[in-house]
Unconditional design. Structure first.
Length: 402
């Protein structure tokens, strides 16, 4: 079996996913072509060597539909032999793209693939593509469907995380992200997004609040009370988990992942690609795993996926130097750290999606960027990336510097 190497990793800044966000005027295609241009320039890349582009994208309609992975290849002027495929594993899509690309390379079927993801949440509304699980009662009722926000509050209730616990975690996310930007820890990967005249629209993650405090966070109203109580989803949750008398609603906009626009790409190849081009790999893919979990609570998947990927890699959790656990909601990461006994000083050391946002299809690739840069900065060896996924799934990948 061949080794899949990471030769480069780039991402856009994340812009607020609203009409007044800095990236609202930028189409999803242009978010990705900005990065394709950067990969080509940074690596003097002969694009005829690239065999495929695998792109994660969750809401594949409108500008993000029509097989956007092939579209961006053409729009960026890559060689016509470059193919493309767009995939959807909900929040895990960007990491799934990297894992699929790695599998192609490791099996010897491909030599060079660009993988990553994109989501323009200001232009394409989350959930606008529909879905049977929450729209078809014959599916949703027998499977105890609840929205993710209810699942997050259910998770916090079941494992005893208070409003202060989740707010404190959110506060640290913003503080860590602000410090990372102040110290330019992300500069190696960030590609500024420019308008058609070449003027910079955004060169920094837009949603960080360095001045946030626990007092400010404590004033925010919980986001999912109405859905839970008036929508009847609290009753569904307690029916599925009868040991819980009532769901305590602790999550709000300040301790949940931000809605943002963004894209990220990773250049993956085998050893022959490096020999041919003179490029040096930065890291290798050690192992990857996906797993299904109980769908109502939905958000515990990173724990199971981490245990599985460690087993596949023949490693213990103590042999992982840094963890990137997607901050979909604060309780997700709190439960992860408690269940696996991972200290907070190894997890999301430069903040996460609570501070910087979660562009659904791109986040897994962004986290790969983040942990790789930080491993290099600290001269550490191994990083683990993991995300919870709607419907009750988890995904995890281990990378190792070379």
């Amino acid at each position: 079996m061949k080794t899949a190497y990471i030769y480069d990793a780039v991402r856009t800044p994340r812009g607020r996913g609203k009409k007044d966000g800095s990236l609202h005027e930028v189409t999803p295609v242009r978010l990705v072509t900005t990065l394709l241009d950067a990969l080509k320039e940074r690596n003097s890349l002969d694009t005829s060597l690239v065999e495929d582009i695998i792109l994660g994208c969750v809401t594949q309609i409108g500008e993000q539909g029509g097989e956007i992975a092939k579209t961006v290849s053409m729009a960026a002027g890559y060689h016509q032999r470059v193919s493309g495929v767009t995939i959807n594993r909900f929040c895990g899509s960007g990491l799934e793209a990297i894992n699929q690309a790695s599998a192609y390379i490791m099996s010897g079927q491909c030599s060079v693939i660009i993988a990553g993801g994109v989501e323009s949440m200001s232009r394409i509304e989350m959930g606008s593509d529909g879905g049977a699980w929450y729209m078809d009662p014959s599916v949703s009722i027998p499977t105890y469907f609840v929205p993710q926000g209810i699942a997050a509050d259910l998770l916090a209730t079941k494992y005893g995380y208070s409003r202060n616990d989740v707010d404190t975690f959110a506060y640290h996310s913003h503080q860590r992200a602000a410090l990372a930007w102040k110290n330019q820890y992300f500069q190696k990967s960030i590609i500024p997004v420019k308008d058609i005249n070449g003027l910079t629209l955004l060169d920094k993650d837009e949603t960080i609040r360095p001045d946030t405090t626990l007092e400010k966070l404590s004033t925010l109203e919980p986001s999912f009370v109405q859905h839970g109580q008036m929508g009847g989803f609290d009753a569904v949750a307690t029916q599925r988990y009868p040991e819980i008398e009532e769901v305590k609603h602790v999550h709000h906009a300040g301790n949940s992942s931000g809605i943002v626009d963004g894209s990220s790409l990773v250049l993956l190849g085998d050893e022959e690609f490096g020999n041919k081009t003179g490029l040096k790999p930065r890291a290798k893919i050690v192992a990857f795993a996906v797993i299904g979990t109980e769908p109502t609570i939905m958000l515990t998947g990173p724990i199971d996926a981490t245990q599985l990927v460690l087993q596949k890699a023949g490693l213990t959790i103590d042999q992982i130097d840094l963890f990137e656990v997607n901050e979909a909601f604060a309780a997700v990461v709190l439960r992860y750290m408690d269940a696996l006994k991972v200290p907070h000083d190894k997890v999301n050391v430069n903040g996460g999606a609570i501070a910087m946002g979660h562009p659904l299809g791109a986040t897994g690739a962004i986290l790969t960027n983040t942990v790789l840069d930080e491993l290099e900065r600290r001269n550490l060896q191994r990083g683990l990336i993991t995300l919870c996924i709607g419907g009750g799934m988890g995904i995890a990948t281990i990378i190792e510097r070379v």
